[in-house]
Design a protein around this ligand. Structure first.
Ligand code: GLU
Length: 307
């Protein structure tokens, strides 16, 4: 059994060992603002039921990007019920990239799962509210309840994505045509871009991981969503959370996780830990190179795998 002292030393060892892997990755360029990140940053944090351990660049802020998909999915499931959600989005992983359009015209004529962009945009359209602000407030409210602090967005990243999201716009209009997007397309996209631009740091993500690990209970002991919704979303994190790298990640790390193109990875070791990494340089599938290598290493050291 590792002690707190061991955890702190382990995390430091893991960051030092894995930081050089950043050279193997690249910054994303399709959202111009994300190109400005420092590719050499690397951080890792581990939240137990009582303590937060961290090493490296854990207090540098970055935007949630795709990690936000788990929060809108939790809100949609809680507010609309799983049946309404899964009428518009499927539950199967794909071997396609996160922003692929190809399955919308084949298969079931709905996005294959809520962790790819098309599925997440469909899910955003199900968040109740009269205005984008009100709908965003539900997603931000959940995060504020988990982190016990106000949430802000990175305006520059938000605008950068909004002004260049040609592919996501195409996906959204296609979704509208196949009846998988409720309401106004531009409003739904606006909500999606806002949720992607929410600012967090690596330590926040570890706390969020612990919220999942305890099936929806925040640090103060308050249940914020149903255990059933957390179970559903955590399952998607296993099957599709690491894009089309989810299979290999399940073999090598073996935990529910969700990555984003700004370099964060949110990890859940059910009943034990929240774990998170940050490193902006990405592999070809869109996952943080340093993040994956750190999680592999820590999974071996602390026997994370749920399988
Ligand atoms: N905002 C990004 C997009 O829609 C999120 C993608 C990601 O993190 O995978 O392209």
């Amino acid at each position: 059994m590792s002690t707190g002292r061991d955890y702190a030393a382990l995390l430091k060892e893991v960051v030092d060992e894995c930081r050089p892997y950043a050279e193997r990755g690249q910054l994303p360029s399709y959202i111009p603002e994300l190109r400005k990140a420092n590719p050499k940053l690397a951080g890792i944090a581990l939240q137990t039921s009582t303590e937060l351990y961290e090493a490296g660049d854990t207090r540098v802020e970055f935007t949630l990007q795709s990690i936000s998909k788990v929060f809108s999915l939790l809100v949609a499931i809680e507010e609309r019920g799983p049946e309404a959600v899964f009428a518009k989005v499927g539950a199967e992983p794909t071997g396609d990239p996160f922003n692929s359009i190809v399955k919308l015209e084949t298969a079931e004529k709905k996005p294959p799962n809520p962790m790819i962009n098309a599925g997440a945009i469909a899910v955003c359209s199900l968040i109740p509210g009269a205005t984008v602000e009100e709908r965003f407030g539900r997603i931000a409210g959940l995060l504020e309840g988990i982190l016990d602090r106000p949430i802000t967005i990175d305006e520059a990243v938000y605008k950068s994505e909004r002004d260049t999201a040609f592919r996501n716009r195409a996906l959204a209009w296609f979704l509208k045509e196949i009846n998988c997007l409720e309401g106004d397309v531009e409003e739904v996209l606006d909500l999606y871009f806002r949720q992607c631009s929410i600012l967090v740091n690596c330590a926040d993500l570890a706390r969020i991981g612990m919220f999942f690990a305890t099936k929806g209970i925040n640090g103060a002991g308050t249940p914020l969503v149903s255990a059933r919704a957390v179970r559903l979303v955590s399952t998607f994190m296993v099957t599709c959370g690491m894009y089309n790298g989810s299979g290999e990640f399940a073999i090598q790390v073996g935990i529910p996780a969700k990555s984003g193109v700004s370099g964060g990875i949110l990890g859940v070791v059910p009943g034990r830990f929240g774990v998170a990494t940050f490193g902006p340089a990405l592999d070809r599938k869109g996952n943080s190179v340093v993040g994956i290598s750190m999680l592999k290493r820590l999974s071996d050291l602390l026997d994370f795998s749920i399988f």
